[in-house]
Design a protein around this ligand. Structure first.
Ligand code: ARG
Length: 407
């Protein structure tokens, strides 16, 4: 009996060829696994393609809700954006896909798992490391790291072996998408000086062509988690889908950036994340009302750390667990509603309210009803400025010292 291998199957050229290659060149019995994190694919079509390519079985796992609840939303609570831009859609899906690969491998009694990642990207690291963390005994095979085929040879291999592929529909870009966002790379995008052609974008209107009238949406949060739109309670998947459509229609969510891959390469990346960007803006606006200055400061620092952890494939690590516990704890009072204005490519918070708000009108106002004790400000400033005064007197700069910063 041949050994079994579970291959993460997207239905594209790479993984379709990989099915046959694993079977013919490595002698495996191949179980193709598609983890649906919100991609626009037909289950029947993928199943028949996997079987025609040589799989002994195709497993389809609907993981949309798990993905949003347990992967995307925790990153939202953290405010995570890699290098200040990328909302991490692809990166967040990898640990979930790895977990499903391991689960199916156990069910099937497989000795190995496989994926279609190249040897130059981040995704191979995320999948390999996640599998190593969850099931160190499973072997990981990455055919694209092993075979010498380029795209042309893969197409030839597919034709030779009667593997159904859809080359005419093939895009000049490498695209990965799920509910949290769409990632596009390669082709003309590899020149960072070239503006992305319009065909790069699929989820967002060009801001110039977006409606002239803004749209408003009120997003309700319960302990940091988005739970309603315009007052109507809605499940996480439907909420994200609805915001992707609405914000995308207004040109919100386009990201054009050069990022630093884990493997040391700089790469030009285009992302679309209409719901992600809108929710991050709204969530931050609610935190501005409900968290203290110190909580906000530390959270902002940890957001960067959290994004690195996700980007670098360390989801199943103790470090991630500890960071997530802190972030979760900060959300106890992040409950309320934010009104977002979507207009020609921008999503801005224009209203926020919370039953747990720390905003005190009588302290903030410059009008009637001011309760702030201004006379106390003088004493406060005297003590706050004390060390600065002492140092300025004791360490006066030399006469001809033209240091612009004194002392
Ligand atoms: N650079 C992004 C990341 O590392 C996106 C990767 C997109 N993957 C793809 N197969 N197109 O998360």
């Amino acid at each position: 009996m041949p050994e079994k291998i579970v291959l993460a199957y997207s239905g594209g050229l790479d993984t379709s060829v990989a099915i046959r290659w694993l079977k013919e060149e490595r002698g495996y019995d191949v179980v193709a696994l598609t983890v649906d994190v919100g991609m626009d694919r037909s289950r029947e079509e993928l199943q028949s393609r996997a079987m025609a390519a040589g799989a002994s079985r195709h497993v389809w796992q609907d993981a949309q809700e798990t993905f949003i609840r347990h992967f995307a939303f925790p990153a939202l609570l953290a405010g995570a954006r890699y290098q200040g831009h990328y909302t991490l859609a692809t990166a967040l899906s990898r640990p979930l896909i790895a977990r499903e690969m391991v689960a199916v491998a156990r069910d099937e009694g497989a000795s190995a798992v496989a994926h279609g990642c190249t040897g130059k990207g981040n995704d191979q690291v995320r999948l390999d490391v996640s599998v190593q963390a969850l099931a160190p005994d499973l072997k990981v095979v990455a055919p694209l790291r092993e075979w010498e085929m380029d795209r042309e040879s893969e197409i030839a291999y597919a034709q030779e072996h009667a593997i159904p592929i859809n080359v005419t529909k093939a895009s000049p870009y490498s695209i990965d998408e799920n509910l949290w966002g769409r990632s596009v790379e390669t082709g003309v995008l590899e020149d960072p000086w070239v503006e992305p052609p319009t065909d790069v974008y699929a989820w967002t209107k060009s801001p110039a062509e977006a409606p002239n009238d803004p749209a408003y949406v009120e997003i309700g949060f319960d302990r940091g988690l988005p739970v309603s739109l315009d007052g109507e309670t809605i499940d996480p998947v439907a909420l994200v889908k609805r915001l992707n459509t609405l914000a995308g229609e207004h040109g919100v969510g386009r990201i054009d950036s050069v990022e630093d891959r884990l493997v040391g390469i700089k790469s030009r990346e285009i992302y679309e994340a209409p719901a992600g960007i809108t929710l991050l803006v709204a969530h931050e606006a609610l935190e501005s009302l409900t968290l203290s200055k110190e909580q906000r400061r530390l959270k902002a620092r940890l957001a960067e750390e959290y994004a690195e952890v996700v980007y670098n494939g360390l989801w199943f690590s103790a470090h991630h667990r500890d960071l997530a516990a802190y972030i979760q704890s900060t959300q106890r009072h992040v409950t309320g509603t934010v009104r977002i204005k979507l207009h020609k490519g921008s999503a801005g918070a224009v209203g926020r309210k919370s039953p747990k708000s720390l905003y005190d009108f009588s302290l903030a106002t410059y009008d009637k009803g001011d309760a702030f004790d201004r006379t106390a400000a003088v004493g406060f400033i005297s003590i706050w400025g004390l060390p600065v005064r002492v140092q300025a007197q004791a360490q006066t700069p030399a006469e001809n010292d033209d240091d612009a910063l004194n002392p």
